[in-house]
Design a binder for this molecule. Structure first.
Ligand SMILES: [Zn+2]
Length: 284
C-alpha cells in the first residue's frame, strides 16, 4: 500500500537505543491516519493506527507514542474522541485526552477498565506500552462532527466492549480490531470466536467502501474483505473439525493447519497463540 506522507514533522524512522520505530502520518479521503509501531531488528511489532477526522479522534494510539501524539494533538487539536475498545493500543492514552480537555466516548462496559487498568503482560507493555488510567464516558447511538454523522455499531467478539463507527454517507467503517487481516493464525484466549463471526457477518452487510482498521490502516472494498475473513474462518473451522473427527489431537490439528507454535505463543505465554485459535474453532 503506497502511503502519502502529509507531514514530516515527525521522522518516519527514529533510532532509540537498539529499537527503531515508525511514526507516519498520511491522508485518506480527508481522514488523517497516524500509523505507529516499534520494530526490532527491522521487524515491525504489530503497528497501530489512530485517526483524526473533522476534530474527532478515533482511537488514542499506543502509550509508547504518547509524547509524539501529544505534539501532534497540540498542533491538530481534537474536540472529541472515541475509542473502539479498552485495549491499551486503542485506549491506553486516555490520560492524554483528559489533559487535552476531552473525555473520550467508549462502550459503557469499558469505563471502569479505563479508570483502573490492570497490569498487562510484559510483551504487551513492550509492544505498545503500559496503559494509563483516565476518565471516559458512555457513548450513545450517534457521534456527530460538523461534517459527519457516525452511527455507533455494537460489535462484540474481539472484546465485549468493542464498537465500530459507521459513516453511511461517506461509506466509511472504523473497525477497531475486528479486521486486522483476512487470514489469521493466532487468537487471544479471551476472544469470542462465535461473536466475531456474527459481527463480521453483520458488518459485511453494511453499505460502505473504505474500512479503517486500527492496525492495517485504510483499505478499499471493506465488505468484501470482511466476507473473505469470515469465509476463511469458516473453512478453517470445517478443516479443524474434520481432523478432530478422525481422532487428531489439538496440537496435531494446530500444526497441520497453522504450522508450529512460534515466538508469539512463547512471548505471550500462550495468551496469543495458534492453539487458542484451533481450540476456539473446535468449540464453536
Ligand atoms: Zn484489541
Amino acid at each position: 500500500m503506497a502511503y502519502v506522507i502529509i507531514s514530516f514533522t515527525y521522522s518516519k524512522f527514529s533510532v532509540k537505543k537498539d529499537v527503531v520505530y515508525i511514526f507516519q502520518l498520511f491522508d485518506r479521503q480527508g481522514v488523517t491516519c497516524i500509523k505507529m509501531g516499534r520494530t526490532v531488528l527491522g521487524r515491525a511489532l504489530r503497528a497501530t493506527c489512530c485517526f483524526l477526522v473533522d476534530g474527532l479522534a478515533v482511537e488514542g494510539g499506543s502509550p509508547y507514542f504518547k509524547t509524539k501524539l501529544n505534539t501532534f494533538y497540540q498542533e491538530n487539536k481534537p474536540h472529541q474522541a472515541v475509542f473502539t475498545h479498552g485495549h491499551e493500543d486503542h485506549a491506553g492514552n486516555v490520560d492524554l485526552f483528559n489533559k487535552l480537555g476531552i473525555t473520550p466516548y467508549v462502550h459503557q462496559s469499558a469505563i471502569n477498565y479505563l479508570s483502573s487498568p490492570p497490569v498487562i503482560p510484559y510483551y504487551r507493555r513492550f509492544v505498545w506500552g503500559a496503559p494509563a488510567a483516565g476518565q471516559s464516558q458512555a457513548i450513545g447511538d450517534i457521534i456527530e462532527t460538523a461534517k459527519h454523522t457516525f452511527h455507533v455499531v455494537d460489535t462484540p467478539g474481539h472484546s465485549e466492549d468493542h464498537l465500530c463507527l459507521y459513516d453511511e454517507k461517506e461509506g466509511w467503517l472504523f473497525t477497531g480490531d475486528l479486521y486486522v487481516g483476512e487470514r489469521i493464525f493466532y487468537l487471544y484466549k479471551n476472544e469470542n470466536l462465535p461473536k466475531i463471526k456474527e459481527t463480521l457477518k453483520k458488518l459485511s452487510a453494511l453499505d460502505f467502501s473504505t474500512l479503517f482498521c486500527s492496525h492495517r490502516g485504510p483499505l478499499q472494498k471493506g465488505p468484501e474483505a470482511l466476507t473473505r475473513k469470515l469465509l476463511h474462518l469458516e473453512a478453517l473451522e470445517e478443516e479443524a473439525k474434520a481432523l478432530q473427527l478422525k481422532g487428531h489431537s489439538i496440537p496435531h490439528i494446530t500444526k497441520k493447519l497453522l504450522g508450529k507454535e512460534d515466538y508469539m505463543c512463547f512471548i505471550s505465554k500462550g495468551e496469543f497463540s495458534k492453539t487458542a485459535l484451533v481450540t476456539a474453532l473446535l468449540s464453536t
